[in-house]
Design a protein around this ligand. Sequence first.
Ligand SMILES: *[C@@H]1O[C@H](CO)[C@@H](O)[C@H](O)[C@H]1NC(C)=O
Ligand SMILES: *[C@@H]1O[C@H](CO)[C@@H](O)[C@H](O)[C@H]1NC(C)=O
Length: 479
Amino acid sequence: MKNLQTRKLLPILALASLFVKISGSVSLHPVLTGPDMAYLGSRVAFRCIAPDASPPVTYELMGDGGVPIYTGTDLQGDQHASFFLKVTATSEGSYHCKATTGGSTGVSNIIKLTVVTPASNTRVTSEPFPPVAYEGSRIILSCTITKGSHLSYTWLFNRKEVTSSTSPFFHLSGNQLVMEKVTPEHAGHYSCIAWSRVHDIRRFSSSTEIQVTVKVYISKPRISFSIFKVGDSYHGNVTCWSTRGSHPVNFSLSIDDKEVASTTATESLAAWFPVAMVPGRDMGLAQCQAKTEMQELMSEPVTLEVVPVGGDVKVEVEYLYRADSKLAVARLSCQPVLPHFALADRRRILILPKLGPEESGCYRCRVRDSYDDSGPWVESVAVLVKVTDRILNSMPRATSSTETPPKVFMSTIEVITITFCCFLLLMMVVYVACVYRMLDRNRAPAHISTPNSDALPLSAPALQLGSEMAATSSIDCDA
Ligand SMILES: *[C@@H]1O[C@H](CO)[C@@H](O)[C@H](O)[C@H]1NC(C)=O
Ligand SMILES: *[C@@H]1O[C@H](CO)[C@@H](O)[C@H](O)[C@H]1NC(C)=O
């Protein structure tokens, strides 16, 4: 009975042992661990672990083609094998491992290894090159490398990091920094950093700085001239200038449409040209041209003519009032009567800031050519500057306000009356002046305060200079 039982059990046992053998081979599940990213040239380790495998176990690391790269045997029962490899350009790819023990073999998971090449030889290139552009045009800077992969880029402008949020005038895209419409604020030094990261390790490569220049369009040139005397001869000096723009600018001077001189202004926006000049003679129509690679602009023309002082000179008096209608200052200006000639304003205006009895009196001015220190003076007739209640009261009342400019309320009748009186006075002045000048040309001035006094202030701050508040008085002192 027992024998029979044993005989019946034998095939079952055999099946069971076969089952154990089969299940043993199926349960060999090696696991591969290792990096998915590594820098070129670095060393990495892969580990193949086969838990519960009884030694000896043979481990193989396999590459893309299913070819074993490394083989190791675990004799001690560590249940794993480590494979060290130096990362080269060909190391990139998929890896898995195989564990074999007895007759059974297990295949692991797959790890894809990406090889990262650190950036090297980073530099900034530009379009246009060199990075010089006019305001409003586009400049693109590119961060270029000779080697590198998996890179990020950081831009520095004048050593400060550029980000899209802090600098809306920059557009960051890939390895490029785009300035769509440059303004002078974009000018400066730029550099870039190309960098990569593998897990916690970063590798940087910085470029050198590149200087971006933004050129500004020049403004319409202006022209002016002066004359000076050297010995017995006169020299003219024509100035051409632009108020804004980038140099270099080529300035040229033409007289009567013929170019007579040209020069390149490299450090300023102005040029000077010597010209022949004779007082009293029209030397022609002068015009400046300013030329850059982008622009060609002409100034307004001016007549090269210096009119010597002669004929009549007169003093005009203006009384200027404060907002509270108190008389503040008297402003005397010396007016030579010259045809189409702009007088330099040098010492032409005399301000009487204090108006008391001492300041009342007769004033006259004299004029002579600024280019000739030995030339003759031409003298005006004297005018009376009188500070009395009558003048004050005769002035129209202004609204009492220190904030707003004074307003004048005058009836039409008043205006007509005042105008008529002024006209009468003026006629008298002209008449008397003529008589005076005919009778006594060389008489020494009795009471002259020339505008040459530098001690007097030439401007009166904090005044409301309403021209409608000005009274012009031409009372002849000698009448
Ligand atoms: C011409 O005028 C300019 C500006 O006033 C001055 O700088 C320059 O020296 C003058 N040139 C001559 C030759 O006097
Ligand atoms: C300015 O003048 C220089 C010298 O005459 C010349 O070489 C240059 O081409 C000129 N530049 C322009 C923009 O005209």
